[in-house]
Design a protein around this ligand. Structure first.
Ligand code: ZN
Length: 318
């Protein structure tokens, strides 16, 4: 997994490449960014380059080949076991890190979801971060920076990974064999996550017509059905985020229609979108896009889904 496989993350990749070239890598890094934007790919590329004799990872030496299949004996991967990363996992890691590297100049570990260390595991990891074994490279990944213990965070060099531009995701989907229209729609709904866009092979599963209908019937004078709708949407956080992504895409199309553009993405339900465009003002539509985006970001930051959706649906109805 060489650096050339990382898409659209030039800034953090440059920082890491320069650190390798100058021989001044930090002991610990914290990569922050949404799911599926390239944190893990970058971490693997970084370790591969650090392990390989040639500066950016040659891809062909025995070490690089072992990295490609994640079978390298000096690489240790940690991810949550159930909801949390547990103390036993950190103890295993510590035992591993104090051993001499087997095939390379250093040992490396990648810890996924560093915001999900339980308190005991977090404190144990802190000890290692405070007194790192001389030849260890630690990379922590998180989608939720606020959830990472401040003491852990302060001992890592933070690198931020931006959501990927739609254009890049679309290109990748087309390269992966999707037709242009499907790629465009999926890219617009992916929220900057290539991983998510690639995952959704079967395309969009949200009932877009149903969502528009719900939007049309929301009413502040019928709060019982409004809260029932919020409850239903909030039952599954992942699904709620997906619905909000789709909703954003629909409202953006409505805005395009209102502005006289024909670059609509959800072209297959154009008449429904046109109805919606005729029903409300451009200003009001913009407000709704902002509310929806805010709610989606709140869910990404782990806000309570039920509260978030109660507030959102009231705002959309008002
Ligand atoms: Zn190599």
């Amino acid at each position: 997994m060489p650096f050339s496989r990382v898409i659209g993350q030039d800034t953090p990749v440059d920082v890491l490449r320069r650190a390798l070239r100058s021989g001044k890598t930090a002991h610990a890094y914290l990569f922050e960014g949404i799911e599926g934007c390239g944190k893990r790919t970058t971490a693997l590329a970084f370790v591969e380059a650090a392990f390989c004799d040639r500066d950016d990872g040659c891809g062909t030496c025995p070490s690089c080949r072992k990295m490609a299949t994640l079978q390298h004996p000096d690489l240790h991967l940690v991810e949550p076991d159930g909801a949390f990363i547990k103390i036993d996992q950190i103890r295993d890691l510590q035992r591993e890190l104090v051993l001499r590297p087997i095939e390379t100049p250093l040992k490396a570990c990648i810890i996924r979801d560093a915001d999900r260390l339980n308190p005991a595991a977090g404190n144990a990891l802190l000890k290692t971060l405070e007194e790192p074994p001389g030849n260890a490279l630690m990379i922590l990944l998180t989608t939720n920076l606020d959830g990472v213990l401040p003491t852990v965070r302060s001992r890592c060099q933070l690198l931020r990974f931006a959501p990927l531009p739609e254009r890049l995701i679309e290109e990748q989907l087309i390269a992966a064999g999707r037709d242009q229209a499907a790629a465009r729609l999926a890219a617009s709904l992916a929220g900057g996550s290539l991983g998510k866009a690639l995952e959704e092979d079967e395309g969009v599963t949200v009932d877009r017509a149903g969502l528009l209908e719900r939007l049309r019937t929301l009413s502040l004078s019928d709060t019982a059905s409004l809260f029932a709708a919020a409850e239903e949407m909030a039952a599954d956080r992942e699904q709620a985020m997906e619905q909000l992504e789709v909703l954003t895409s629909l409202l953006r199309d409505v805005l395009l229609i209102q502005g006289g553009s024909n670059a609509v993405i959800n072209r297959d339900i154009l008449p429904l979108l046109e109805n919606e465009a005729a029903r409300l003002s451009r200003e009001r539509n913009l407000e709704r896009i902002n509310h929806t985006t805010e709610a989606r970001q709140a869910l990404m930051r782990n806000a309570n889904p039920r509260l978030t959706l109660d507030v959102l649906l009231m705002r959309l109805a008002g």
